[in-house]
Design a protein around this ligand. Structure first.
Ligand code: PHE
Length: 356
């Protein structure tokens, strides 16, 4: 028994990890362990022998078990000490300086436009930026030979050689969403559709990708008068001052009659101010939705009518926030973004005020 004690107590003391400890436990006091086997031999002893050997074996078993438990605690303490010695954290250090990003003026203005139209009961609709030429042109009453197709400077996608299907286009305006919404929801309709559009054009006032917001309102008796009210209401809320509009007769294949809309402004020292003065600035195209367009969207033109408009979001942002060059919007110049960007928690709502 003394041999057993020495053997196991020393081995336990020398064990370097928990796996070794477990092996020792099985060898000594497991079901077939050396101490357990010795205990089985008690039955063969005389009662006198057993009286001495029984308690001694029990004591040995307990001693080994406590040695195992103590060593287990010691091992995990040592592991923790080792971690604490290598991993440490100075909580008194000042935090690192994280640059906070800003909201891009286009996102900001899109949110503002959405908030104002939402207040007038317009929902937001969306459509794909890669369109079929049917949604982008034909359904909008622009047939294949129509000059508007050429005028739009359309980007066409590529078809594999021998593939006779007509190529898709990058949508040149947000108007295809009119058709998609008519097909999906039927009349009545009151939606706006903000989004990206594409035309092959590049100078100080044109970029190949820009943003429009479409508007569409269909009902039994929606008229041009409603269009004028909605737009004046919109511009006044957006610019934070009463803004007069001027409607000029125009032509779009998808509206009849059609009007281009100007807003009142002044030019002083090369800067434009909206809502004052005697000058006019063209900001959108609009009109009463053409019966052919309603038909293409599956709506009966004898039952429903309404207005549509489309305007440039980038243009609105330039006007409201005094941003001179359109191209800078998409240069991703950090200094520009920090200067013209908006704080992320400063999102527009009608009650907090849309103007900073
Ligand atoms: N889709 C026209 C454009 O991009 C704008 C427009 C929309 C005009 C709706 C009338 C009605 O120029």
């Amino acid at each position: 028994m003394d041999e057993l004690r020495t053997k196991y107590i020393e081995a336990i003391a020398a064990a370097a990890d928990e796996a070794t400890l477990e092996e020792l436990r099985v060898q000594a006091v497991g079901k077939k362990g050396e101490v357990s086997l010795k205990m089985r031999e008690l039955g063969k002893m005389t009662p006198e022998e057993r009286q001495v050997a029984g308690p001694a074996l029990n004591a040995l078993k307990n001693e080994i078990n406590s040695a195992l438990a103590a060593k287990k605690v010691a091992l995990s303490d040592a592991a923790l000490d080792a971690r604490l010695a290598t991993e440490w954290l100075d909580v008194t250090l000042p935090s690192r300086n994280h640059r906070v990003g800003t909201i891009h003026p286009i996102s900001q203005v899109t949110e503002e436009v959405t908030a104002i139209f939402a207040d007038m009961g317009f929902a937001v609709a969306e459509g794909p930026q890669i369109e079929t030429d049917w949604y982008n042109f034909d359904a909008l009453n622009i047939p294949g030979h129509h000059p508007a197709r050429a005028e739009m400077d359309t980007f066409y996608t590529h078809r594999a050689e021998g593939d006779e299907r007509r190529p898709h286009v990058l949508r040149t305006h947000t108007s295809p969403v009119q058709i998609r919404t008519m097909e999906k929801d039927g009349a009545p309709i009151r939606i706006i559709c903000p989004g990206r559009v594409y035309r092959a054009d590049y100078d100080q006032t044109h970029t190949p990708m820009f943003h429009q917001v479409e508007g569409l309102a269909l009902g039994k008796d929606i008229s041009m008068a409603n269009l004028k009210w909605v737009l004046e209401e919109f511009f006044s809320a957006f610019f934070g001052t009463d803004v007069k509009t001027r409607f000029r007769a125009s032509h779009f294949p998808f509206t009849e009659p059609s009007a281009e809309v100007d807003i009142q402004c002044s030019w002083e020292g090369g800067t434009v101010k909206v809502g004052e003065g005697d000058d006019w600035l063209e900001v959108l195209g609009s009109g009463m939705v053409h019966p052919n367009v309603l038909k293409a969207g599956g709506i009966d033109p004898d039952e429903y009518q309404g207005f549509a408009f489309g305007m440039g979001i980038d243009r609105l942002a330039m006007l409201k926030y005094g941003i001179p060059d359109l191209r800078a919007f998409f240069d991703s110049d950090l200094r520009w973004l920090r200067h013209y960007g908006f704080a992320s928690l400063d999102q527009p709502t009608l009650h907090s005020g849309l103007n900073r």
